[in-house]
Write a protein that binds this ligand. Structure first.
Ligand code: FAD
Length: 431
């Protein structure tokens, strides 16, 4: 191992590996450090990987990456206790190249992706925990690991250590995240034969489907559940912000059991064999929670920088894109031989100019609004279900009268003014 590297990347998730891949491709001497037994061994994701940002790193990656299914249908369920209002989109243009997104199992995908970074020349070291950054004269100059004689040095250290970035906290880039800034999600992988999956989700061949479930899936609390199809397994999971969990005294595994036994969900997973249980935090603080991302000799990428768009369940793509932007900054800094905070600040500028911060900015008030005003999940989802039930029940009532009845029951339950306020507030939060 040389004494000093151009770049040390901490964490071989999508953000760290993307950064290591791009730096190594540009001829830099890269060390990628991962605490897990192998990349992906500790990583959790509902499972949707987006084509666009991955393709920018490895064109036509779908020809060799370990992917599960290309997603052709995205469904959204507004679920009540014994009913569901469903909408979504299915398009066969997503079933063929270049595809839109894919379901993946992270243990396989991350391993493959890290191998691609190694092929570009990055040195990957597994089973090694970075315990702190080494700071000299106000500049990060390397990292300390839990290995004997484990200090390693570099011009730049990239923190890609995920949601609970202890290293970022040690550097004072952020404080302990508040319970409303992170969601706790539990998920299970359930093995089910491919033919059963295709029948139950109306799919053909290797086509995939995702279902996002709101309302009763979280017992009316802010959060979502999901059900995604893999080749011959399903990923099912549910999560709410930690603050909601504490307030409503929810236990994550109880919530998952509740979801699995829900009459709308149970038939989709029936007969399946539980293969894996996983739990993980998701950074959901959004725009206002993004910490300092560039300092003297150091950059922060992916979940460590809170780059997740919870409304659109995008995280892996933001991780990869931020990793790529960080790599581009490092390559330019290397050409100038200047790794100061001012020189590395172009990463921050690129990040804020990209879709990542533009999207986080768009939804900056959404989580806060939906948590502060629980009626959206607790009251409107059941109301929506009751309205649909009433509207589609054929009982001889003229349709215009039905419409009037539905409007009356909504406004009498909450009051017309309150309904108008709720609509305006929700529109403002997501506009
Ligand atoms: P991570 O993937 O968390 O990787 C961090 C890596 O750093 C890990 O490998 C870890 O072992 C390593 N590490 C941490 N500390 C150290 C240390 N001190 N030393 C060495 N190594 C260290 N996103 C989507 O795009 N689509 C989805 O469908 C989706 N669903 C999700 C469902 C769940 C249940 C969860 C929890 C998240 C989901 N996300 C999804 C979000 C997505 O998983 C993350 O945004 C993404 O993984 C972030 O990548 P990352 O590389 O920044 O962090």
């Amino acid at each position: 191992m040389p004494e000093k590297f151009d770049v040390i990347v901490v964490g071989a998730g999508p953000a760290g590996t993307a950064c290591a891949f791009e730096c190594a491709k540009n001829g830099l001497n890269v060390l990628l450090i991962e605490r897990g037994e192998y990349p992906g061994s500790k990583n959790v994701m509902g499972g949707v990987l987006y084509r666009k940002q991955m393709e920018e790193l490895i064109p036509e990656f779908w020809k060799e990456a370990p992917l599960e299914r290309p997603v052709v249908e995205q469904r959204f369920w507004m679920m009540d206790k014994e009913s569901v209002v469903s909408f979504g989109y299915k398009g066969l243009e997503w079933a063929t190249e270049p595809y839109n997104n894919f379901t993946v199992l992270r243990a396989q995908f991350d391993q493959w992706f890290a191998k691609k970074a190694v092929e570009q020349g990055a040195l990957l070291i597994n089973e090694t925990v970075v315990t702190e950054c080494i700071v000299e004269n106000g500049k990060v100059v390397g990292v300390r690991t839990d290995r004997p004689d484990g200090d390693v040095y570099a011009d730049v250290v990239v923190l890609a250590d995920g949601v609970n970035s202890l290293l970022g906290k040690q550097l004072g880039f952020h404080k302990e995240f508040r319970p409303d800034e992170v969601a706790l999600t539990v998920m299970e992988v359930i093995n089910l034969p491919k033919e059963k999956i295709n029948d139950r989700f109306s799919l053909e061949g290797n086509q995939g489907c995702t279902i996002e479930i709101f309302g009763d899936s979280t017992k009316g609390n802010l959060g979502t559940a999901f059900l995604y199809t893999n080749k011959d397994s399903l990923n099912i999971g549910v999560g709410t912000t930690l603050s909601s969990m504490i307030k409503a005294k929810l236990k994550p595994y109880d919530l998952l059991d509740y979801l699995k036994s829900h009459p709308m969900v149970r038939p989709m997973i029936e007969g399946g064999e539980s293969a894996e249980y996983l739990a993980h935090l998701i950074p959901e603080g959004g725009f206002r929670s993004v910490p300092k991302v560039a300092g003297n000799g150091v950059l922060v990428v992916g979940d460590a920088a809170q780059l997740v768009n919870a409304i659109h369940r995008e995280g892996s793509n933001m991780a990869m894109h931020s990793g790529k932007l960080a790599a581009e900054t490092i390559v330019q800094a290397k050409a100038r031989n200047n790794f100061s905070a001012a020189s590395l600040n172009s990463y921050r500028e690129a990040l804020y100019g990209s879709f990542i911060m533009k999207d986080l900015e768009k939804y900056k008030d959404a989580a806060h609004t939906f948590e502060k005003y629980p009626q959206y999940f607790k009251e409107y989802v059941p109301m929506m279900n009751q309205a649909m039930s009433k509207f589609f029940t054929v009982d001889g009532t003229p349709k215009r009268d039905k419409q009037k009845e539905i409007m009356k029951s909504i406004t009498s339950e909450r009051g017309t003014l309150k309904v108008l306020q709720d609509v305006y507030r929700a529109w403002k939060a997501v506009k």
